[in-house]
Design a protein around this ligand. Sequence first.
Ligand code: NAP
Length: 170
Amino acid sequence: MRGFFIGRFQPYHFGHHEVLRRILDEVDELIIGIGSAQESHTMDNPFTAGERILMISRAIEDMDVKKRVYIVPLEDIYRNSLWVSHVRSMVPPFDVVYSNNPLVIRLFKEAGVKVVSTKLYRRFEYQGTEIRKRMLNGGDWESLVPKPVVEVIKEIDGVGRIKDITNKDV
Ligand code: NAP
């Protein structure tokens, strides 16, 4: 069975990592869709699709996964009724979708695809918004993401980028 897991992963954190671990127990192969792939360099979406691919692929390497995982960037299209067809045209065929996003769940259900709802692990602690806020304000964000993700964010000066793009004094 091949599963499809979609998220924006801005950035990929321990909450996503734990959900991924659980999904990998259930499927033979997994496709990870990087949503809003066209977005980057904003406070809500600071990282490019390529940077998010690096974060996830390196974090998965550390998990010592024996199953095949495909990571596919997916740009948004501004017509929800066509989105499932758009996704299908971009990724390998899949049997089940994993998501907790009400819109994503609704669109796949309407298209007749089986959807499994994924609760994020320790949601109060691991949240993309909080991690980005800590990066901006000099808080401890490193403890909320896998070590390979810390390394990627340092390599691309992700914290400097968030500070620069939110600098209102220029
Ligand atoms: P999202 O809009 O990026 O995330 C919504 C919220 O759900 C975020 O707070 C996120 O937290 C949280 N979340 C992510 N995974 C979760 C999980 N397993 N359990 C509980 N909460 C979770 O939505 P998304 O579901 O992560 O990604 C969906 C992607 O599909 C987006 O890029 C969206 O633009 C795209 N999409 C596009 C269209 C279209 O183009 N028409 C239609 C539907 C969906 P974190 O910030 O901590 O990750």
